[in-house]
Design a protein. Structure first.
Length: 181
């Protein structure tokens, strides 16, 4: 296996991750899994971008395309707990100043939480992209059509999306085997 990271597929493991995180870091996990943004875009969100709002509009760094995201009840509830001015980054670095944490720091936070949660070995490689992949996997499991997920994640083919969210050949085979007419 390459340096690909994996989604967190089980709700129990997602709950364990949430329990292993607190404050800003827990919110990073919750928003990452709920919004499906790349980490570079997630870390750039400021308090005023979401405070008192039901949707978030982000111009994606990679694609330069605007993306409108309806906020879930969970995210809205978490956002209500935020302290700080509208121009402050949600995931502010503790190094001082109004700067977001780095991608490297986000990676460390997630890996340390996976170790504390006792899921690191089960999940395999975890990284910042795990948040976005988990989002894709969760909405796929809820029955959202793969072509809609493909559009949300800005992928060019359904096959790319299935591979990205960790749908394996075994899972596809099991789905076919489950159909008895």
């Amino acid at each position: 296996m390459s340096n690909e990271v994996n989604p967190i597929k089980s709700d129990r493991d997602i709950a364990k991750m949430k329990a292993a995180l607190h404050g800003r870091n827990r919110l990073m996990f919750v928003m990452g899994v709920s919004l499906g943004l790349r980490i570079s875009d997630l870390l750039e969100i400021k308090i005023g971008d979401v405070r008192g709002k039901t949707e978030l509009v982000v111009t994606e760094t990679k694609t330069k395309k605007p993306r409108r995201i309806k906020l879930s009840k969970t995210v809205i509830a978490e956002v209500k707990k935020l302290d700080g001015a509208d121009d402050e980054y949600i995931f502010r670095s503790r190094q001082g100043g109004n700067k977001p944490i780095s991608r490297v720091q986000a990676y460390r936070i997630l890996n340390e939480a996976a170790e504390r949660a006792g899921i690191a070995d089960k999940i395999g490689a975890i990284g910042t992209h795990t948040l976005r992949k988990t989002f894709g996997f969760k909405i796929y499991k809820q029955g959202i059509d793969v072509t809609r997920i493909m559009a949300i994640l800005n992928h060019s083919t359904p096959a790319m999306t299935l591979k990205y969210i960790g749908i394996t050949r075994d899972e596809i085979d099991a789905a076919y085997e489950a159909i008895e007419v």
